[in-house]
Design a protein around this ligand. Structure first.
Ligand code: SF4
Length: 370
């Protein structure tokens, strides 16, 4: 048996009644009283052929999503006795994901390159997924640790201040992926996840870089995973609507980054178009139609309180009130941030305090995870 010293707040956070209420299903999976959504999806029978047209498969996906959402309302005891089906709802999602790879639209960059044929879009990832590391993360938010975190190489963003630039961007055009990360197929990824569960993980946390370019591998691995464990999507959240439809029912917990409160700042520092419109749309979907168990990570950036922090918090309070926000004060200039004088420093304690006060004034829950 492996004994680990956990951060004390990882236990005490569950004494917070509001955390327990908002994350009740997640807590239930940890305690074995609830079933992870992907295991439920495996029991949904799905009759299709990989040769069916994409349009037909997308209609079927929508129908299966409705079936899933009816089923998940049923009593857990009844769900427990359902048999795994093959092909299932997950096989369908995997098949569609692989078709999207032929003209990639996983994220809103919509490069439309054929990644199966080895073409590369902005993220420079072909059909092959690469894991740079996988371990029990003890530094995540208190309700999440120990978190079985899997870091994918590559990212669809180009943030000038990237805090993970070694695995997201700086290798691009300079290093061969096979030299710096481990190539994984669906079975290998499932094995990595299972090992993390054996080590004591209470969730499987897909991050990077970003997991978005690897959706097909992650969904495929769910066909090979068997543990009743929370599936957690930890991402910049710039998914296309269609890509989000593939995973919205399969993920139990969402850990999105929400950096910018407007489109202009996102364009300037991350090279992204329509950021706020897309990110707010995706947050609304997971809140209203997904599990709704969400911790938003907001990195407070110097000089960006009025234009970014406050509009994000306004949206959270008004549109997605079940979400909990981690107000993060650890921004520091990294990578190419020195090129922009306004973000070439840490945020002051006054700036961080102002964001926290504003969140409090809106009734947003942030303290237990910040
Ligand atoms: S994941 Fe996004 S950035 Fe990468 S190829 Fe697909 S659309 Fe382009």
């Amino acid at each position: 048996m492996v004994f680990r010293v956990l951060r004390p707040d990882s236990m005490s956070v569950w004494q917070n009644k509001e955390i327990l209420r908002r994350f009740s299903r997640y807590r239930g999976i940890i305690d074995g009283d609830e079933i992870a959504r992907y295991l439920i999806a495996k029991t949904i029978e799905c009759d299709f052929s990989p040769n069916d047209s994409l349009e037909h498969l997308e209609i079927l996906l929508h129908e299966k999503s409705l079936e899933f959402n009816e089923l998940i309302e049923e009593d857990t005891e009844r769900i427990k006795y359902r048999k795994t089906s093959s092909p299932s709802y997950i096989h369908l999602a995997e098949t569609i994901a692989n078709k999207y790879l032929e003209s990639c639209i996983f994220c809103e960059r919509k490069c439309e390159v054929n990644r199966i044929d080895g073409q590369k879009g902005y993220c420079l990832i072909t059909k092959d997924s690469y894991v740079s590391s996988a371990f029990l993360h003890m530094g995540e938010e208190a309700p999440l640790i120990p978190s079985g975190t899997i870091f994918f190489q590559g990212c669809n963003f180009g943030c000038v201040f990237c805090q993970n630039y070694d695995i997201s961007q700086s290798w691009k055009g300079k290093r061969n992926l096979d030299d710096i990360a481990q190539k994984v197929d669906v079975k290998k990824l499932a094995t990595i996840a299972d090992k993390l569960v054996d080590k004591g993980a209470i969730n499987i946390n897909y991050v990077g870089g970003d997991p978005i370019p690897n959706i097909h591998t992650i969904i495929g691995s769910l066909n090979h995973q068997t543990c009743n464990i929370t599936q957690l999507w930890n991402s910049n959240f710039f998914l296309s609507n269609k890509a989000l439809s593939l995973i919205i029912d399969l993920m139990d917990f969402w850990l999105p980054d929400w950096k910018y409160g407007n489109n202009k700042c996102a364009k300037k520092y991350s090279g992204i178009d329509n950021y706020f419109d897309i990110i707010s749309r995706n947050h609304k979907r997971i809140h209203d139609d997904g599990s709704g168990e969400i911790i938003i990570r907001h990195l407070v950036m110097p000089e960006h309180i009025e234009c970014c922090s406050k509009p994000i918090l306004d949206f959270v309070a008004k549109e997605i009130p079940k979400a909990v926000v981690n107000i993060m004060g650890q921004y520091h200039p990294q990578y190419k941030a020195y090129q922009f004088s306004e973000i070439n420093r840490r945020p002051t304690s006054q700036e961080i305090l102002e964001v926290k006060r504003y969140a409090k004034s809106l009734g947003i829950l942030y303290e237990p995870v910040s």
